[in-house]
Design a protein around this ligand. Structure first.
Ligand code: SF4
Ligand code: SF4
Length: 342
């Protein structure tokens, strides 16, 4: 499995009181700045308008930041008949985006997601967004019972996938690790707000998330679980609603829909989920995963088995969102422990 670390290029500090200035400078430069916001009980990423709208009090956002690279619905191509000729329009290059406040596990999730889309045939729109997006992660000071980053080889201080990683080190300061050229460029554009710093040990400033399961053991044995009777019993509560996939930073299932008439049309890519009964339904009527237990098994085996085989990495980053959002109480940690026990 790949080692989930990164190389730090530079260290700085940023006064937390200067975040407002930093955000407004980014906004003035014409870039799109996505920040965590809260509506009711839901925390999600949305464009920065005002510092007072930014949510800082969250363990993890309800919705992952994956739409920054892979939107819920996107237009891939459109056509229009104009004066007897068909004019085809491809997606335009989107403007530069900064995502602020994602957690370290999410940055790894987005790295998996972009590698998935760029692995064999480079996906045009994901590639453009990846090139144009800078990720500023916030290391976790707190965790809840659903977080399990340490069980999948990560930590609340992981820098893998981040361009800049900020850690609250007290005294009104963020410690900034600048990891990539994109991160360096952004800091250089706002250099007056950042001060030089030495490398510090972050461990005492971040949450200590306990291990929930042994992922090496899981990876080693997962092929033995395929025929386990646990899948049937443990998937019984699953409603097949797909919420777990929609909040997950690494779920990449999509559907292509053509909305067209003889005069104009659009090809859309929309999020989909392997939890849905019709996701694998063939035109012939055959469905290779006809029952919910098959679909649940596929989800778990993909996260902890197939992606290790295909991409040499887990496709679960332990963010815990699927557990928090599931209306039926499906808990991937409990299910893994149950499989390992069996
Ligand atoms: S959120 Fe829960 S009920 Fe819905 S598909 Fe996922 S596991 Fe099943
Ligand atoms: S499977 Fe669940 S815990 Fe793992 S990355 Fe997806 S939402 Fe997070």
């Amino acid at each position: 499995m790949k080692i989930l670390s990164g190389k730090i290029m530079n260290y700085k500090t940023l006064k937390i009181d200067n975040l407002d200035l930093f955000f407004n400078e980014i906004k003035k430069s014409g870039k799109n700045l996505l920040v965590p916001k809260k509506k009711g009980k839901t925390t999600y990423f949305s464009s920065f308008i005002n510092i007072n709208d930014v949510e800082f009090n969250y363990i993890q956002t309800t919705i992952s930041p994956k739409s920054a690279l892979f939107p819920k619905v996107e237009e891939l191509i459109s056509f229009k008949k104009d004066d007897g000729t068909y004019v085809v329009t491809e997606p335009s290059i989107e403007k530069e985006t900064i995502v602020f406040g994602l957690r370290p596990c999410d940055a790894v999730g987005l790295e998996y997601l972009s590698n998935f889309f760029l692995n064999e045939k480079s996906d045009f729109t994901v590639r453009l967004r990846k090139e144009n997006t800078t990720l500023i992660t916030l290391a976790c000071k707190n965790f809840d019972e659903n977080c399990f980053c340490t069980s999948v080889g990560l930590s609340p201080a992981s820098i893998k996938g981040s361009d800049i990683c900020l850690t609250d080190i007290g005294n009104g300061l963020f410690y900034a690790e600048i990891i990539t050229d994109k991160g360096e460029k952004l800091i250089a554009e706002h250099s007056a707000l950042f001060s030089n710093a030495e490398k510090i040990n972050k461990e005492s400033y971040v949450a200590q998330v306990p291990l929930k399961f042994d992922s090496d053991n899981l990876i080693k044995n997962i092929k033995n679980y395929y025929n386990s009777e646990k899948w049937t019993i443990n998937s019984l509560p699953c409603l097949g609603c797909g919420a777990c996939a929609f909040v997950c930073p690494t779920c990449t299932c999509f559907n292509i829909e053509d909305e067209a008439n003889p005069v104009c049309g659009t090809r859309l890519r929309c999020w989909d989920s392997c939890a849905f009964g019709i996701f694998t339904l063939h035109a012939s009527g055959h469905n290779p995963r006809p029952i919910q237990s098959n679909r649940w098994r596929h989800r778990v085996l993909h996260k902890f088995g197939y992606s290790v085989t295909n991409m040499d990495t887990l496709s679960c980053v332990g963010c815990g969102r699927c557990i928090r959002v599931c209306p039926a109480g499906m808990n991937i940690i409990e299910q893994i422990l149950d499989l390992q026990e069996a």
